[in-house]
Design a binder for this molecule. Structure first.
Ligand code: ATP
Length: 217
């Protein structure tokens, strides 16, 4: 497939296509037209055609999309055809919840190490994965291929840890710490997941919705 720059907006929509196509596959659907997919996904058929054309267009006029092929190709585009080894830094409630969530593994994201600074957690395991102390990080990274580091530790130390992780050769960070990381001129990709931002967005819509209801009454 030809390499060209795809906009982040298109990439952000890909996981949703992947999820819907996975469901279609499970339901035994072999082909789908952009119109049918558009109805299911509640996006316009032209958006679907445009998005998928970015990748060379998987559809055939009058035939629709081959669901399995499209699912596999989008999986490849998203890098899901390879295993991603993950470590988690900060094994508090959120770190443990992520470590306990098995479904990531089905997508190829495998948690291989958990790190914390709290000695009370040393020796503990989450889903069979041992909690190690942070001073073991360097040795661990030298001995294992780590593709992604997840930050679920307090924001105050997040920048320092993130820089250390890049020094150790980790080039991807899944950041749950409540801070926008400052990793200037570093060879790293960061995906910020600020759960409270999402809740605040919901809160805004609750207030808006409520006042619209009150105005209707
Ligand atoms: P959570 O926020 O996940 O519910 P918590 O209430 O214990 O957990 P935090 O203070 O955010 O809250 O700490 C999360 C985890 O990060 C804790 O287990 C803590 O020991 C760990 N932690 C704190 N500082 C560091 C650090 N510098 N490196 C790694 N882990 C750390």
């Amino acid at each position: 497939m030809q390499e060209k720059e795809i906009s982040q907006a298109v990439i952000r929509r890909m996981p949703r296509y992947y999820r819907y196509l996975g469901e279609l596959l499970e339901d035994g659907v072999e082909r789908i037209s952009s119109n049918d997919l558009s109805r299911r996904m509640n996006v316009t058929a032209s958006q679907i055609r445009q998005d998928l054309n970015n990748f060379g267009g998987f559809g055939q006029q009058g035939y629709g999309y081959n669901v399995k092929y499209l699912y596999e190709e989008i999986g490849k585009i998203l890098g899901l055809n390879q295993q991603h080894n993950i470590i988690v830094i900060g094994v508090g409630n959120l770190g443990q919840a992520l470590a306990n969530y098995v479904k990531f593994e089905k997508l190829g994201f495998v948690i291989i190490g958990l790190f914390d600074v709290n000695p009370a957690l040393e020796g503990m395991s989450v889903r069979g994965i041992k909690v190690r102390m942070l001073d073991e990080l360097e040795t661990f990274c030298a001995e294992h291929r780590v593709d992604i580091a997840t930050l679920t530790m307090p924001k105050e130390k997040a920048d320092a840890i993130a820089n250390q992780l890049v020094d150790l050769g980790i080039h991807a960070i899944w950041n749950f710490a409540h801070v926008d990381l400052k990793l200037i001129d570093r060879d790293v990709v960061v995906e910020n997941v600020h759960l409270s931002d999402s809740l605040m967005q919901l809160s805004y819509n609750i207030v808006k919705n409520r006042s619209a209801r009150e105005n209707d009454n």
